[in-house]
Design a protein around this ligand. Structure first.
Ligand SMILES: NC(=O)c1ccc[n+]([C@@H]2O[C@H](COP(=O)([O-])OP(=O)(O)OC[C@H]3O[C@@H](n4cnc5c(N)ncnc54)[C@H](O)[C@@H]3O)[C@@H](O)[C@H]2O)c1
Ligand SMILES: N[C@H](CO)Cc1c[nH]c[nH+]1
Ligand SMILES: [Zn+2]
Length: 436
């Protein structure tokens, strides 16, 4: 049964916090499983990856078959309808043009003391991109990962995607081909993340791993962070809709189900100031579930992880949204930008009654790989910077070193770090010590 809360109930705060905590506890169980898989992959390499792929994806791999062949890649397009390929191209162009705008510029200048300073952006050498494929196929996620990596100038892009029972969706491969990705492995889950992070006999390790996935994938990325960089925690999908009573409940119900249908542990939440509208939306959810092919998944998600929260005024939704920090936030209200200005904690915000979340999943342009599990409090959606790092550059002349050096020497003295101070003084000949 979907969780129903009203902020006029005396126990509202406690129940709201319980709702948040329950989800965090589920994540802990998954992390234990994932740690064991990662240790195994790190120790036994390919053999462990093959065993887990056989167990979870019912696919027996060998060193010869783990990688998608050039023929498989080249043939994929012929299995896709022209209008579908055209839609993929439209998506690719829009994603590319949005992400290209965010390429950072280098900064070089000489300051008043005569010190030349710079900040220079460089791409990582190798990126591993995770494309989910357990319960649905995600050609769109190929593009969402690959386009920013390409924009950033990453030389080696390695894609992993599970192929349950050996089935690899042709459009997933067509998307990879469109993006110019040729190194693709038929593996998924925590074992794929381990292979990318630690390397195996078949796969050289990468520097950064990006992309969305189920709870196992998200937990694995969290675990390997430090060995490699990661974009963020992008786990099971979430949607939070703030809607007033002016909306069509059938529209809002479908928006909630659009994310619930991803995964039994996806999360859909409605916050409204209209109790009648809340009831009508719940009825509409039940009605839509009768017609959706993925109703089993969506129903379990809605019943186990969904929530409907009725507030007295829409302003009271704001602190709740910031606390929940959802992956996707729809503001189906008048003046949505006024509310959006007060909500820093959301992965992507969909403004107004004509911006369903699904448009952002495919073609709007911004990335659909977004922070989940409340990590939108501190992280952002996938973007070009996830594939880049910044080097700083410092160049002193003797004169500029003489200007700023003494302050550094003073601080080094205070820290008790003699070699630091003397490495400056030795150049300025003002800290003469025997042997310098
Ligand atoms: N946050 C985002 O940006 C975003 C974007 C797109 C999709 N998603 C999410 O990605 C997920 C896709 O999930 P999916 O399952 O379809 O594909 P997936 O590729 O993420 O997961 C499939 C893999 O999970 C592993 N697995 C399954 N059951 C397991 C178990 N019991 N123990 C250990 N490993 C197990 C298997 O190795 C399998 O290959 C959904 O949760 C969806 O909501 C999130
Ligand atoms: N809603 C997902 C992100 O949580 C992305 C996606 C891909 N395809 C459909 N939806
Ligand atoms: Zn979606």
């Amino acid at each position: 049964m979907v969780t129903l809360l009203s902020n006029t109930d005396s126990d509202f705060t406690a129940r709201f916090e319980d709702f948040i905590t329950a989800r965090r506890d589920d994540d802990q169980d998954v992390s234990d499983v994932v740690r064991a898989i990662l240790t195994d992959v790190r120790t036994r390499g390919d053999v462990a990856v093959f065993e887990y792929t056989s167990r979870f994806d019912k696919l027996d791999l060998t060193p010869e078959t783990i990688r998608v062949s050039p023929e498989e890649l080249a043939n994929a397009k012929s299995h896709c309808a022209p209008d579908v390929l055209q839609a993929l191209k439209t998506a690719a162009e829009r994603i590319d043009s949005f992400h290209r705008r965010h390429l950072p510029e280098d900064d070089n200048y000489t300051d008043d003391a005569g010190v030349s300073l710079g900040a220079r952006w460089t791409p990582v050498a190798a990126a591993g991109i995770y494309v989910p494929g357990g319960k649905a196929v995600y050609p769109s996620s190929v593009l969402m990962n690959a386009m920013p990596a390409k924009c950033a100038g990453v030389e080696r892009i390695v894609m992993v995607v599970p192929a349950p029972n050996g089935d690899l969706n042709p459009l997933v491969l067509a998307a990879a081909e469109l993006a110019g990705i040729t190194e693709i492995y038929k593996i998924g889950g925590a074992q794929a993340i381990g292979a990318l992070a630690y390397g195996t006999e078949s796969i050289s390790p990468v520097d950064v791993i990006t992309g969305p996935g189920n709870a196992f994938v998200a937990a694995a990325k969290r675990e390997v962070f430090g060995t490699v960089g990661i974009d963020m925690i992008a786990g099971p999908s979430e949607i939070l809709v703030v809607a007033d009573g002016q909306n069509n409940p059938r529209w809002i119900a479908m928006d909630l189900l659009s994310q619930a249908e991803h995964d039994e542990v996806a999360q859909a939440i409605l916050i409204t100031d209209d109790a009648d509208f809340a009831r009508a939306t719940c009825d509409a959810v039940e009605d839509h579930l009768k017609t959706l092919p993925r109703a089993d998944i969506a129903r379990k998600s809605w019943n186990d992880h969904g929530a409907v929260i009725v507030v007295e005024t829409l302003d009271q939704a704001i602190p709740l949204v910031n606390r929940l920090a959802p992956e996707h936030l729809e503001l189906a209200i008048d003046a949505p930008r006024d509310m959006a200005a007060k909500i820093p904690n959301a992965g992507s915000i969909f403004l107004g009654r004509y911006t369903p979340e699904a448009i952002g999943d495919y073609v709007a342009g911004p990335n659909h790989v977004l922070p989940t599990a409340r990590s939108a409090r501190f992280s952002s959606g996938l973007n070009v910077l996830n594939f880049m790092k910044r080097n700083t550059l410092i160049e002193c002349t003797r004169e500029s070193l003489a200007q700023i050096g003494p302050a550094a020497m003073t601080l080094a003295e205070e820290e008790g770090l003699q070699a630091h101070g003397r490495s400056i003084g030795i150049r300025l000949n003002n800290a003469p010590t025997e042997g310098d």
